[in-house]
Design a protein. Structure first.
Length: 178
């Protein structure tokens, strides 16, 4: 027998995911988790349900000027999950728990340590590396460097997610703490 969730259960699944991930998530991250990677909720339904949860104040996103707002569960949303989580099948809750445990740090890094590069008129590349605040997604730290080749620009972007915390700590300790 296949489990076919209704709209209410899908809302609970979405709330449960936000609760278990324990970090604010961008819309793209939510869609990736719930639709692309796990097929828990179809993509169109997920977008619609997220909007409904926002309207009903079970999730919120800060109103700021950041590039991409992050959604988080409200106290009311946590209360709703605590009252009705049993409507989500145990096997699905277990699957969500395992996914959150295994992927939380990666999603946090993907959302907080961002990078992009673009080609300059002279053929070189400008690489923009940023650390964003977890909740508001405002820029906390930014570095712009120039790379000679596309490969070196892409390599810098790739290494940024791994090295960003150490680089930030080193700069902060040299400039602010001394």
């Amino acid at each position: 027998m296949n489990f076919v969730p209704d709209s209410t259960v899908n809302k609970l699944i979405l709330l449960y995911v936000l609760d278990k991930m324990e970090i604010p998530l961008t819309e793209n991250s939510i869609l990736e988790i719930c639709s692309s990677q796990n097929n828990w909720i179809n993509w169109m339904d997920c977008k619609d349900l997220l909007s409904q949860l926002l309207t009903s104040k079970l999730v919120y996103k800060p109103n700021d000027d950041s590039e991409e707002n992050r959604y988080n569960i409200t106290v009311s949303g946590r209360g709703c999950i605590s009252d009705f989580y049993t409507r989500i099948p145990r096997s699905m809750r277990d699957e969500i728990d395992k996914f959150a445990q295994a992927n939380r740090l990666q999603f946090k890094r993907n959302q907080e340590y961002v990078s992009k590069n673009y080609k300059n008129e002279d053929g070189s590349y400008t690489v923009e590396l940023r650390i964003l605040e977890p909740v508001t997604a405002n820029t906390l730290f930014s570095v712009i460097i120039k790379a000679d080749t596309r490969n070196s620009a892409m390599h810098a972007c790739k290494k940024w997610r791994e090295l960003a915390p150490n680089i930030y700590e080193a700069v902060y300790s040299k400039i602010i703490e001394n």
